[in-house]
Design a protein around this ligand. Sequence first.
Ligand code: ZN
Ligand code: MN
Ligand code: MN
Length: 282
Amino acid sequence: MLWLGAHMSISGGVDKAIDHAVSVESDAVQVFTKNQRQWNAKPLSDEDAERFRTRYAEAGLKGVVAHDSYLINLASPKDDLWDKSIAAFKDELERCERLGIPFLVTHPGSHTGSGREAGLDRIVTALEQVHSDLPGYTVRTLLETTAGQGTNLGSTFEDLAYLLENTAASERLGVCFDTCHVFVAGYDIRTPETYESTMSEFDRIVGLTQIEALHFNDAKEELGSKKDRHHLIGQGCIGSEGFRNFMNDSRFDGKPALLETDKGDDLAEDRAALALLRSLVS
Ligand code: ZN
Ligand code: MN
Ligand code: MN
């Protein structure tokens, strides 16, 4: 069984996300550890870190992952933005380490015109610098599968394999598999047959054991559209049957699967989606 949950707000403190996760009866949660639209954040206090760790332990959740800021671009060909991204990414990892969060999900990056290979090599160099600057960290970076909009890297399984194969200390890396992104990038997952063919392709090129977390989002746009617009589970172009494939795949037992879909303050949409997903287990 996957550990189901959702991305939750940290408004009022990182530990508040755990209260939200508990309130929808989920097993896992994803958080930002700071405002994701700003470069700078006030440092995490020891009290904040301790409160989060305690709350997480007492809540009985089985999985937690963090997502990094959308501003970070480890593939940038511009030195100032690249340096700033590396510094911000190191801060994100340090926050995870202190909060006891074992995985940090990141979008690999955007080459903004320099080309695929140059962009991927830039990410490799950035990750290697991060690894050597922060020795001994236990938090792992999960490279997220992306939709392939514009010059974004990571929308093909080959891109992810390149990063995993070429980065030193690659045991500090893994993959976060986003269902909406993979689908709009052109990999079908809607039927048992197309699902199995996509998964065996992923296994051959990247390795299914690299997947440490999943993002469960339905897609507002069609297969291959490369448009990243999330929809509620069962209401988009993937549909419930696509998610049935994941829910019954024992290869993902014990991995967190997080919703990143629209919801109101009462979290009713999350509750409904989690119930729907659980009903698909046979
Ligand atoms: Zn993401
Ligand atoms: Mn995602
Ligand atoms: Mn997305």
